[in-house]
Ligand binder design. Sequence first.
Ligand code: CUA
Length: 167
Amino acid sequence: MHIHKFEKYWLIAGIGGLIVFLVILGFGAFYLGTHPQSHGIVIDPENIEANEAFKKENLGLHEIGDGKYVLNVVASAFNYDLGVDEDGKPVKHIQIPKDSKVLIQATTPDVIHGFNIAGTNANMMVEPGYISSMEVTFKKPGEYTLVCNEYCGTGHHLMYATVEVVE
Ligand code: CUA
C-alpha cells in the first residue's frame, strides 16, 4: 500500500503531538502532583449542615495540630461564610501563619462559585452538590484577596474576603 509522503508527515506530526501532550499531562499529574480539586466528595446542597465541616460553628479557620489548619467555607450568592467572631460579626478577614498547612474545604448551597486567593495557588471551583478541597501552604507573608472567579449573578463582585499570611 502506498502512503503519500505528506500523509506520512502529518501522521507522524499528529501521533507525535499526541505523545507530547500525554507526556506533559503525565508530568504534571504524576511528577508535579497537580490535580483538579477533589470532586469525588458529594454533599446534599439543600442540607450542607449535615456535614460536620459546614456546621455554622465549624466555619472559618481552625487549628487542628501543630502548624495545621482547616478552613471551612460556604460560598453562596453573594458571600463567603467564614464563621463569626466573638462579637457575632461575620468574619471577613482571616490570618494564617506563614508555612502552615491549610486544608481548604468549600461548598455551596446555590450556584457555582469560584474560590481564588489571588496571587496564590489556592484556586477552585465550588459547585453545589460537591465539596471542593485542597491543601495549601502559604509561603509568602502578605495580604491576599479571596475572590469569586466564577460569574454567579448580580452580586458576583461583592464576594470577597481577605486572607493575611503572617510571620
Ligand atoms: Cu460567587 Cu461569583
